[in-house]
Design a protein around this ligand. Structure first.
Ligand SMILES: [Zn+2]
Length: 140
């Protein structure tokens, strides 16, 4: 975990407290999903990956494509997100986010087993009853 004054993992340059934490906290306290745009939701999901918050990831996954459970790979650290293109505003029914997410091995991984790289993907988002959900993504 990180505290609210640490720079947010999603890369906006803001602190976690004034960035993705508000969505994570709202969800933890009330179950409400409040990210206003696909980009904000994508950022908060990346940060949930980085901070190991599988409940938030599952909740923001659309029910039609959501896995039953989610095992995050503890051997990887997601450390950087670049949003290449994002569409969809607060009142649109659909949106997309094209992004690159960077990962590397967790500290303590033996040198011979270290990995690192990036995944680029175009994710689809849909808005229902005012709530944005991650639908699916095409890895490039
Ligand atoms: Zn953030």
């Amino acid at each position: 975990m990180i505290d609210s004054t640490t720079r947010c993992p999603c890369g906006t340059g803001d602190t976690y407290g004034s960035c993705c934490q508000r969505y994570h906290r709202q969800f933890a306290q009330t179950g409400a999903l409040t990210a206003p745009t696909p980009e904000a939701l994508m950022r908060s999901r990346f940060t949930a990956f980085a901070l190991n918050l599988p409940d938030y990831l599952l909740a923001t996954w659309h029910p039609t494509t959501r896995p039953h459970s989610l095992e995050l790979d503890e051997s990887l650290r997601w450390y950087r997100l670049d949003i290449l293109k994002a569409t969809g505003g607060p009142f649109d029914p659909q949106g997309t986010v094209h992004f690159a997410a960077y990962y590397r091995s967790a500290p303590g991984t033996p040198k011979s087993q270290k990995v690192g790289g990036l995944q680029t993907e175009v994710s689809q988002f849909t808005r229902e009853k005012g709530v944005w959900y991650y639908l699916d993504g095409a890895v490039e």
